[in-house]
Design a protein around this ligand. Sequence first.
Ligand code: S3P
Length: 170
Amino acid sequence: MKRVYLVGFMGSGKSAIGKRLGTLLNLPFYDMDTEIAKRTGMTIPQIFETYGEESFREMETEFLRTFHDSYCIIATGGGVAMREENRKIMRRTGLVFFLNSSFRDIWRRISTDSNRPIVQRSSRHELERLFHKRKPLYLQSAHFKVETTNRTLNEITQYIASQIVRLTIQ
Ligand code: S3P
């Protein structure tokens, strides 16, 4: 097994599931936003405000290009799968799981979040449009699509772990 990447829209549970998956499989867990924040010494909203979104996207790609840990779980940011280079790196260096959630669930989780600049600057309608625009690219980046609706975090984690174990022993 190589790395495990979790992709999906903001609020689809990538970090919460990644953390649990790391514990279950005894692998280190990394959250890309946290790692970028550590590297820059700034929060994500500060990076957006100071350098702009395009620079943040460059930092995401730079993270994927330079990250060295081989056996680990990585929760990506919701925009990571939008760049072709990022999709290629993820597919080449690991297994990619797309966490598929309904917009309704996502909106419930993110609508009041002040740590997500995209949410701050968008209306519900704009976010829903972005959600539909991004979905084909999540699917394109992923080896597996995982349904999250009506499933608990632990159930989703168990399911992903079972897929990884199945592939590892094959
Ligand atoms: C973003 C998602 C965020 C973070 C940044 C931009 C996006 O990560 O990278 O605010 O463009 O969807 P999460 O998906 O972890 O919220």
